[in-house]
Design a protein around this ligand. Structure first.
Ligand code: GLN
Length: 308
């Protein structure tokens, strides 16, 4: 039944790609075919449903912020992470920097660029990129994840805005480690090459409070996962988070590579790939698929319990 609904949702959402654009501000991402669309659902019972372009590799981009936040909570602790990064929706674009200039101001949350760069500055001295890569492979249940060198170099040569944000954060005392090393770590994490299936795998681990569904291995503590899922719900779709929470109601995180990671608590992980983005940087067709799945499968967190 999930497979039928998923396949229909993907086919129905395909035309929506015409309404969006790929992320041309990172030239390598701009080259993607905006008509790709794929969606995967992995359930806790072991069902795996996929429809459309679910094995095409694409760039994880901002969805890596979820992994970095989780790793930082584990390695640096909650108090360090949230000492100088907030947990409030920003209501602004993902790459906004206006509010950061004021003395004493801090990034609104770890899902926007400023907050993620700050979190990476706490994390980077404690773990190497190689270790983060193997951790990501485990969390996504996908040993094939690699760094996409082309995307990495493309973003590094168009990094002015994030560099400005990072130095502003250094100036206001939010970042205290090496800024260039932090930026390099941040861009490497954004340049990991994944599939919709990898996102469904990650979603399932988060849905299970940090336990690998097949092996039973604990990959993240329940406290970490609770914080991560809550921030995904309130901030994961940037300045589209409120509308998305009302219309879809599933903790999610988007990236400008076209991915969306969604977590149906205790039940399933969902991974989407659709690189045509709306004005806020979220996958247009991807959101449409999730709206259909939420409605048809009763996945909204506040759906009446008799439907769940
Ligand atoms: N690497 C991208 C950037 O820093 C990530 C943005 C995104 O996916 N929203 O701009």
């Amino acid at each position: 039944m999930i497979q039928t609904i998923l396949s229909q949702a993907v086919e129905a959402a395909r035309p929506a790609a015409e309404l969006g654009q790929t992320a041309t501000y990172i030239p390598e991402l701009g080259k993607m075919d905006k008509h790709h669309l794929g969606a995967c659902v992995f359930t806790w019972e072991g069902e795996r449903c996929c429809a459309g372009d679910t094995d095409v590799r694409f760039s994880i981009q901002s969805i890596s912020k979820v992994i970095s936040l989780a790793a930082a909570l584990e390695l640096c602790g909650y108090d360090t992470v949230f000492e100088r990064v907030g947990m409030e929706p920003s209501g602004e674009a993902f790459n906004a920097m206006g509010k950061l200039e004021a003395v004493g101001s801090t990034p609104s949350n770890p899902m926007i660029n400023a907050g993620a760069i700050a979190v990476d500055s706490y994390l980077e001295p404690k773990i190497s990129f190689e270790e983060m890569l193997s951790f990501t492979r485990k969390l996504c249940m996908d040993p094939q994840i690699v760094l996409d060198e082309k995307v990495y170099h493309s973003e590094m040569s168009h990094i002015s805005r994030n560099r400005a944000i990072a130095y502003l954060l250094e100036n206001t005392g939010v970042i205290r480690s090496d800024v260039e090393r932090t930026l390099d770590f941040y861009v490497r994490m954004c340049s990991l090459s994944i599939t919709a299936e990898s996102l469904a795998g990650l979603g399932l681990v988060l849905a299970g409070d940090g336990v690998h569904p097949a092996t039973g291995e604990r990959l993240l503590s329940p406290d970490t996962v609770r914080v991560v899922k809550t921030i995904m719900l309130t901030c994961g779709m940037y300045d589209g988070s409120g509308t998305f929470a009302v219309q879809v109601g599933i903790p999610s995180k988007s990236g400008v590579g076209g991915g969306i990671l969604s977590v149906v608590d205790g039940r399933m992980g969902i991974g989407i790939f659709g690189p045509a983005l709306d004005g806020k940087g979220n996958s247009v067709a991807g959101i449409q698929v999730l709206r259909t799945l939420s409605r048809e499968l009763h996945l909204h967190i506040f759906d009446p319990s008799e439907h769940r």
